[in-house]
Design a protein around this ligand. Sequence first.
Ligand code: PLP
Length: 404
Amino acid sequence: MKVADSAGLPSNEPFNWHDETTVLHGDAALNADASVVPPIHYSATYRARSAAEFADMANTPRHPGFYNRYGNPVHKHVEAILAELEQTETALLMGSGMGAISTTILSLVERGDHVIAQQRHYMSTSKLFEEVLPRFGVTCTLVDQTDNEAFAAAIRSETRLIMVETPVNPTLSLTDLKAVADLARPRGIITVADNTFASPLNQRPHELGIDIVVHSATKYFGGHHDLMAGAVCCSQALAERIWPMHVTLGSVLSPMDAWLLLRGLRTLPLRMERINANAQAVAEWLETQPAIDRVFYPGLPSHSQHNLARRQMKGYGAVIAFSIKGGFEATSQFVSSLKLATHAVSLGGVETLIVHTAAMWAGTMTEAQMQSAGIEPNFVRMSVGVEHIDDLKADLATALAAIA
Ligand SMILES: *Cc1c(COP(=O)(O)O)cnc(C)c1O
């Protein structure tokens, strides 16, 4: 599966390891010295020893040691592992998930093109399609992701790209990745999937025919709520189209965060195993609680697309959405009564986080205004961490009792 990097780095011996082994040894061919852990390369620029070498450094795409916006040696380690996890030829690291998404999309479309995206995306991704692209003459059709026919009906002769994201906020709706890929491939339409909510441990869009897989590496890959990073996993040919835009837009991942990301990745399969198990158990438990109204989790048979979830996912990830019986006040009280689950945005890290969405708008909107904007006052989103399941349940039970 390894293809020599365009920067001419040695390709790894072909290997067929399990993910647990890949995250530890998938970058071994890049080790340049005797250190077991690669050093942090904290240098913005790199010395050439001859005019010929200088020319070579400057003109080699994605050179790992020329100028830090072009690449960094530790980036190469992370990219080798991510490409293997997503089963793509290569990967590109960026400074954030939004950096990865906007750079990818902007490098692939131009004035006059038409693109298809979902009605629901990560909020900043929606902004890109609803507000930014139209300013540059790219038209967008937003479709109901749960309806394969809607994707088919939206295709025009000038459609160049389809963006999908699955599962997605707020109710963990899914997109049928294979159905979208099968529509796009024969027509030469590029497909991009945001795989952040699933992670490659749970879902591999490229194996289902999606061309480009993008990630907020801030979430599961980093895994400790301490860094921001983004990744694009794709073919060499697509990477060569995206990289020049990356150099232009400059969403660069710092050497320190790249190094922390590599460290986080070493335990990704271990963390995902616990996260999947904990979240499934919490979701099932929440469904039995009389104070809970509804629970949304792809791993629950009650999820409206559970069959699709079982077909395209191996595990269902950290994020559970649920609603409390009661209004804004009861939900607010529930969230502030929690001791373990921290009231904070983001997901996929070791600590359990919870968000009371309506609370973000409490200062500016009335309950009635929120309702008309589709922000349910009793809705919460939880990212289940790796704490002991009994402690998590006890924490939730105590907080639910506080509002009963
Ligand atoms: C967080 C997130 C992003 C944005 O990533 P950043 O690293 O915050 O820029 C994009 N998509 C999804 C699904 C996310 O959860």
